[in-house]
Design a protein around this ligand. Structure first.
Ligand code: ACO
Length: 398
């Protein structure tokens, strides 16, 4: 046991809540989740309606500004984003310094962090004009940086953004196009990626968003806060899950193990194996995003013929949904169970999956950071602890 009494005497009551399972760190008006009912809404709009009728640029505006834009506001916003895509030429040389086999997530995070050295006139969170500038710059430049991280990892030359294209189109061209020939956009792929980005755009106080808020609570600038959020997202228990799902599916396929036998391993917790893409801290029901994405996965992959990995995924899902181990623990597929398969079908390597998540989550990070800096109740984030170490003791010989 530990001695709480002295702690209480000196510091008052503290709540011990590992993982903040029951602690609301903030009030927020951005995203509503009912994990038991499987409900997700951005600014009050159900995710299903936004997925069907909106697009990523509009959802970005909605999350950040609180209301859907008028057609004029949307067009102005879109134009501003297109105008801010170019990177400082010297910033591009940054990419040459990383090893060729570097994972694109730390490359992206470093590049976002470095924005604060090139764009020093947009660092002050207390200056609203600077906040607007850093918002637009980050929204426009992060997808370009992400595409460059990819190009770097495959050893191809970096292209300049083409501002006749919107963000999603530009990103695909910067990733898959070459200077040698024009890049032909596949409208189905553009639509699918746009949808995936909408589904990832915010998810209230998840690990990376809480990180962005915590870092920003010290008045650190937007680039620094989001750079930290990208690192938080890189872990396999968070954004790295879609990469882990695909690795799992590939391992199952390569080893020849049946989905049934794999499920037994998971249930027996052999070597700590988990069914990746299943379970969620908040959803104790089907993740509404997973429902939407499952259909896209089928449509897109069906075009490419038989897909053994999709078959394995569907078989695992079917078994889990009728298995008492998963039912009793309320473990359902989360958004990442199918995203890796879709990204693969689009031609992205596994290492890029979490980067794609970061592009999607960016509007949420920015909206939450802006909400925090404009909230008069914000305090610097500073959790307490229960000290479990040695009591006072003397240095040897004293
Ligand atoms: N496979 C097998 N068992 C699981 C899984 C899983 N994917 N997830 C949870 N469990 C079990 C745990 O072993 C535990 O069992 P026990 O009660 O017998 O000890 C029980 O369910 C509760 O698990 P916790 O780890 O306490 O749940 P928590 O809410 O802390 O974890 C998490 C949520 C991290 C997402 C977890 O479900 C997990 O590791 N899933 C796999 C990774 C994943 O898909 N992450 C993506 C998250 S969503 C996102 O970032 C978009």
């Amino acid at each position: 046991g530990f001695n709480v009494a002295p702690l209480l005497k000196t510091t008052g009551n503290v709540a011990y809540d590992p993982g903040f399972m029951n602690t609301a760190a903030t009030k927020s008006a951005i995203t509503y989740i009912d994990g038991d009912a499987g409900i997700l809404r951005y600014r009050g709009y159900p995710i299903e309606q936004l997925a069907e009728h909106s697009n990523f640029t509009e959802v970005t505006y909605l999350l950040i500004h609180g209301e859907l834009p008028t057609p004029q506001q949307l067009s102005d916003f879109d134009n501003s984003l297109r105008r801010h895509t170019l990177l400082h030429e010297e910033l591009k040389s940054f990419f040459g310094g990383f090893p060729r086999d570097a994972h694109p997530m730390p490359v992206l995070s470093s590049a976002v962090s470095a924005l604060s050295t090139w764009y020093q006139d947009s660092l002050d969170p207390k200056d609203s004009a600077q906040v607007e500038r850093s918002t637009l710059r980050l929204l426009a430049k992060l997808p370009v940086l992400a595409a460059y991280a990819h190009k770097k990892s495959i050893g191809q030359a970096l292209l300049y953004p083409d501002n006749s294209m919107n963000m999603v189109e530009n990103f695909l061209r910067l990733c898959f196009g070459t200077a040698a020939e024009p890049y032909e956009l596949d409208p189905e792929m553009v639509k699918a990626l746009d949808l995936l980005l909408i589904l990832h755009a915010d998810h209230e106080q998840n690990c990376s968003t809480s990180t962005v808020r915590l870092v920003g609570s010290s008045d650190a600038n937007l680039f620094a806060s989001v750079s930290a959020g990208i690192h938080a997202l890189s872990g396999p228990a968070h954004g790295g899950a879609n990469e882990a799902v695909l690795k799992m599916l590939r391992e199952i396929k390569a080893s020849g193990i049946t989905p049934d036998a794999y499920m037994e391993k998971v249930k027996n917790k052999e070597d700590g194996v988990r069914l990746m893409g299943f379970g969620h801290r908040v959803y104790k029901n089907y993740d509404p995003r997973a429902k939407i994405i499952k259909k896209t996965a089928h449509d897109l992959l069906a075009k490419q013929g038989n897909n053994e990995l999709l078959d394995i995924a569907m078989s695992l899902e079917e078994k889990a949904l009728s298995d008492d181990y998963f039912i009793s623990r309320k473990l359902y597929p989360n958004v990442d169970f199918y995203t890796g398969l879709i990204y693969t079908a689009m031609g992205f390597p596994e290492k890029m999956f979490t980067v794609l998540f970061a592009i999607g989550r960016l509007p949420g990070w920015i909206a939450q950071w802006r909400e925090m800096i404009s909230d008069p109740e914000t305090k610097i984030g500073r959790p307490r602890q229960l000290y479990m170490g040695e009591t006072a003791r003397n240095y040897p010989g004293v």
